[in-house]
Design a protein around this ligand. Sequence first.
Ligand code: MN
Length: 134
Amino acid sequence: MAYEELSQSIVFPLGKKVEANFIGDAYLQMVFTDPTPLNAAIGNITFAPGARNNWHFHKIGQVLLVTGGEGWYQEEGKAARLLKQGDVVNIPPDVKHWHGATKDSWFVHLAVTAGTSQDTIWLSPVEDDWYNNL
Ligand code: MN
């Protein structure tokens, strides 16, 4: 899906290019950072085709709300799950995983991440030979 085709599902700003812990072009706009009443921050992440984050885990957990395009979610040791608009992913504490776009499509999700940035632990990149064999 081309970026222009996402126009119906672009709700929040694109934000700024993410510089660390991702491969490819990805953009982040934080949309909710108040520490109360919830102990969670909400970011809008937009991935160009082929972009994905490194393997990582969340100490408390994370929920992904897919707003547009097509992407992947994969937990270590499991098959990758294809994500489309309207899909919701519940990521339990301390489960190693990654998320990102498919090879051919832009992908946009909101990420609701409990705790602070310290509660996300970044690991190794999702290498091309892995990603290209999904
Ligand atoms: Mn995550």
